[in-house]
Design a protein around this ligand. Structure first.
Ligand SMILES: NC(=O)c1ccc[n+]([C@@H]2O[C@H](COP(=O)([O-])OP(=O)(O)OC[C@H]3O[C@@H](n4cnc5c(N)ncnc54)[C@H](O)[C@@H]3O)[C@@H](O)[C@H]2O)c1
Ligand SMILES: Nc1ncnc2c1ncn2[C@@H]1O[C@H](COP(=O)(O)OP(=O)(O)OP(=O)(O)O)[C@@H](O)[C@H]1O
Length: 554
């Protein structure tokens, strides 16, 4: 028992009460009221004992109550004040001790867990199979597919693997068993597998190794499926084909100037449409060097001659140019001479610098996917695709045309029924076309490099119809049912309207010939600039700084 002394006079001097107790570290002192004594100097001395802390405070309170305090005895008043302060201090010390005890308990618990873990690791070292650090192989699954660690605690153990993959878990098929020999006999390696890319019933290894690594039967995307594509000329481009928007004086002036510059500075073969050549020759015989074609057969061979296509106009001119190529398409450089120009990033006033750097290369391109469409007449009896495929860069639209009835279109995706569209129609769009008609019909805007087919209804008469985006590999079939009240109409990039009678169908899939368009910067930068500058996407005045003060303490 250590003596403890409280100097009441000191306590008044600085507002603190001081006392000494040699055993404050591990056990707290308790004041024994009967042992408290007051000496002549007003000092009170106590003895401490190692009893419960809450009791010590209680006993101080009791001492206070037992000690008669007379109003005239100032020392006693001071003494009782000092005792209250002692009680308060003791409570604080007791709280500190409780905290220290909790902390000690926590350390003890961790020590026990660590020891248990080491013991388990030691036991595992005696098992024949090696872990090799691949924890996926070592997960333990019981018959209810619960993950259990090797000590059978359903993955609830608080060891190192609670929040991650643990090196001492095992794959086990069947009931968990407390018998270690049983556990050992059921240990299995993870089954390996192979992925294959099926295209129309055949295996295709085209992208397998690029996209997925198969290490130890785990699926990992090794590389991105879609990347920024760069075009580098391997030989100097020699032939350029220029498409121009008709009936535009500014386009005609620019076209003449560009042709002169190309002829005089680049010495290239230059093709234009027959209409344009006629216009140029009317202007001047100087343009005799410009070539053209006579018939459709020659057009179909253009891609073999042409290295580069230039368009002077808006998006419609790009669509027009793309439609000229039923197969492979040469890179297109679209100059903006329209109002919106979503796909036309090049400014016509800088055509010399642009063409100079493009002819030199390398250039970033956007590979714009196209859809190939077949119209099938009387689809129930005739499965043969009668018409030539029609390629679209934006979309194919099936609508009600001049009919005032709802369209009724049965839609299938790879022979699975999708839905029946009852409304004004349906748009099957490329991702490039996502910012055109599909956008106006409520479809999402999609980066043109994302492969997919947008399935966007036009004014569906249903509250729950939402647009879909389907993967690029599917074939979509849209059929006008025999009991349809009226025909539907199909159009391709807004052109070439064809009637779809009851029983006819449209079959649509991704074409193998995309349209490469040159980028001003890169496909993402160009896309974002177009949605900002062309469509004014999410344009809003920025909220001003002044306004209500935010109280972060609420
Ligand atoms: N309600 C509509 O928004 C609506 C209706 C019919 C057709 N169109 C679109 O018009 C296209 C045909 O274009 P056009 O110039 O020959 O006809 P157009 O002259 O009627 O112009 C249509 C507008 O759509 C813009 N546009 C075209 N393709 C685009 C694209 N990929 N991204 C963003 N905007 C684009 C054009 O710049 C133009 O302003 C169709 O493929 C169709 O997508 C839209
Ligand atoms: N070479 C061409 N021959 C025939 N028609 C064309 C040709 N180029 C463009 N067109 C058609 O002309 C129309 C307008 O062309 P385009 O969209 O390029 O110009 P715009 O309407 O002024 O541009 P924007 O759409 O940006 O406002 C389109 O419907 C397009 O199909």
């Amino acid at each position: 028992m250590a003596p403890c002394k409280l100097n009441s006079t000191d306590s008044y001097g600085n507002g603190d009460v001081s006392f000494s107790c040699s055993q404050l570290n591990n056990s707290l002192p308790i004041l024994h009221s009967e042992k408290a004594a007051q000496n002549g100097n007003g000092d009170v001395s106590f003895s401490c004992s190692q009893l419960d802390n809450s009791l010590s405070e209680k006993e101080v309170q009791e001492l206070l109550q037992q000690t008669p305090i007379q109003g005239t005895d100032e020392h006693l008043i001071e003494f009782s004040e000092a005792l209250r302060t002692v009680a308060k201090t003791l409570r604080r010390v007791a709280e500190g001790k409780a905290f220290a005890q909790a902390e000690a308990a926590e350390w003890k618990r961790r020590y026990e867990l660590e020891r248990e873990r080491n013991q388990r690791l030691q036991r595992k070292e005696h098992l024949p199979r090696e872990c090799n650090g691949d924890c996926n192989k070592e997960r333990t699954l019981n018959s209810k597919n619960l993950l259990v660690s090797s000590n059978g605690t359903n993955g609830q153990s608080e060891d190192c693997c609670t929040n991650g993959i643990c090196s001492h878990e095992v794959l086990q098929d069947g009931e968990t068993d407390s018998d270690p020999m049983m556990v050992k006999s059921r240990i299995m390696r993870k089954a390996s597998f192979k992925l294959s890319w099926c295209s129309k019933g055949e295996d295709s290894d085209q992208h397998k190794h690029e996209v997925v690594s198969f290490a130890r039967g785990n699926i990992t995307t090794a590389e991105r499926h879609s990347k920024q594509i760069s075009l580098k000329w391997e030989s100097k481009p020699q032939t350029v084909l220029i498409f121009t928007k008709p009936n535009s004086i500014s386009v005609r002036i620019l076209c003449s100037a560009m042709l002169r510059w190309l002829e005089e500075n680049k010495k290239l073969n230059i093709y234009v449409e027959p209409r344009v050549r006629g216009e140029l020759l009317t202007e001047s015989s100087y343009f005799n060097f410009v070539k053209t074609w006579k018939d459709d057969k020659e057009i179909s061979l253009l891609h073999k001659k042409v290295d580069l296509v230039v368009t002077l106009g808006g998006d419609g001119t790009v669509l027009w140019a793309a439609s000229m190529f039923k197969g492979p398409v040469p890179p297109i450089v679209p100059f903006s001479l329209g109002s919106l120009g979503f796909m036309t990033p090049f400014h016509s006033e800088h055509y010399r610098d642009c063409l100079d750097s493009i002819l030199r290369g390398p250039i970033n391109i956007t590979l714009r996917h196209r859809l190939q469409c077949h119209v099938i007449r009387d689809a129930a009896t005739n499965e043969v695709e009668t018409d030539e495929p029609i390629l679209v860069l934006n979309e194919v639209t099936i609508d009600r045309g001049i009919s005032s009835y709802l369209t009724n279109l049965e839609c299938y995706c790879d022979n699975s029924f999708v839905t029946c569209v009852q409304g004004d129609g349906l748009i099957l769009s490329t991702t490039s076309g996502s910012t055109a008609y599909s956008l106006a019909a409520g479809g999402s805007m999609v980066h043109p490099q994302v492969p997919g087919i947008l399935f966007t209804p036009i004014c569906p008469h249903s509250l729950s119809f939402r647009p879909l985006i389907l993967p690029e590999h599917v074939t979509v079939r849209v059929q006008v049912p025999f009991n349809s009240r009226s025909s539907a109409w199909v159009s391709f990039d807004g052109k070439d309207r064809k009637q779809l009678a009851a029983g006819d169908a449209l079959v649509c899939s991704m074409a193998p010939w995309p349209v490469p368009t040159a980028c001003q910067v890169d496909s993402t930068n160009d896309f974002l600039r177009s949605i900002h500058e062309g469509l004014h996407w999410n344009l809003r005045k920025t909220q001003s700084f002044d306004g209500p003060v935010i109280n972060n303490n609420i």
